[in-house]
Design a protein around this ligand. Structure first.
Ligand SMILES: [Zn+2]
Length: 267
């Protein structure tokens, strides 16, 4: 069974000491391909560099963009450097970008401006957008809907955590949905667990969002709370159980859908 993790924050400080081992362990768990997440200019550049070098038998691609937490740092110079990154062959999406009204680390006006600017960059580059949304569904959907006709390559709503209604909004628009270990949490993940069975197989993508969101159903529990891409099979198992499908069928469909939306070259 081949797995592709569409959301790995490999350039995070938390992986500073053992990136190669993290990739090796992922490979041993069947994770053959990854899309590394860029969350600011520094991590976008580092992820693009890592994707060029690849490593440990895992094929890597990356996204380049500015997360809403860092939206205050987004300016014309950022856009210019992102434009260059978006022309690199292994940079396959613009983002992550979007709105996060949960923590508001950047003011909402700055988040909106950076989000709209990056939707423009995606249209310009002819790339899909890799989206982050938290506690901002209505406004986020309105902005995205506005931009949609210009987004020829569509969008991935990464780390989708909401229920069937929000899922239907995104699916109707044409988005793909990234499912993380949030789905393994029976307490917090109830809404998402109800939504997962409703997502068409060709729109459902799998991700760990490592080092965040360690799945709660790991057995044995790892000593560290740090999540790794090697735990993607736990996300897969939860998704398959909720859909009443085999892990093999879900993995194969997610592999196809991932290749289609990001335009990855076939294995
Ligand atoms: Zn995110």
């Amino acid at each position: 069974m081949r797995l592709v993790d569409i959301g790995v924050n490999l350039m995070s400080r938390q992986f500073e000491g053992d990136r190669d081992e993290v990739l090796q362990r992922a490979r041993q768990a069947g994770v053959e391909r990854m899309v590394l997440t860029g969350t600011d200019l520094r991590s976008s550049e580092a992820a693009a560099e890592a994707a060029r070098r690849a490593g440990q038998g895992v094929e890597l691609w990356s996204t380049a963009g500015v997360h809403p937490h860092h939206a205050s740092d987004f300016d014309d110079a950022t856009a210019a450097r992102l434009r260059e990154l978006h022309r690199e062959g292994r940079v396959v999406a613009v983002g992550e970008c979007g709105l996060d009204y949960n923590r508001n680390f950047s003011p909402r006006e700055a988040q909106l401006a950076a989000f709209e600017a990056q939707l423009g960059l995606a249209a310009e580059a002819g790339l899909p957008v890799f989206l982050h949304q938290r506690d901002a569904h209505d406004e986020f959907l309105a902005v995205l809907r506005n931009a949609w006709p210009s987004l020829a390559r569509g969008a991935v709503v990464h780390c989708f955590t909401e229920g069937p209604e929000a899922a239907a909004d995104y699916l109707e628009l044409g988005c793909h949905l990234g499912i993380t270990g949030w789905v393994c949490d029976e307490r917090r993940g109830g809404d998402l667990r109800r939504a997962v069975a409703e997502i068409p197989a060709d729109r459902l993508l799998l991700e760990t969002d490592a080092p965040y969101l360690l799945p709660r159903n790991l057995d044995p529990r790892p000593a560290s709370r740090r999540n790794e891409p090697r735990h993607l099979p736990a996300v897969l198992a939860a998704v398959a159980a909720l859909r009443g499908e085999t892990p093999g069928a879900v993995a194969a469909a997610a592999w196809e859908a991932t290749h289609a939306v990001f335009g990855l070259e076939p294995a």
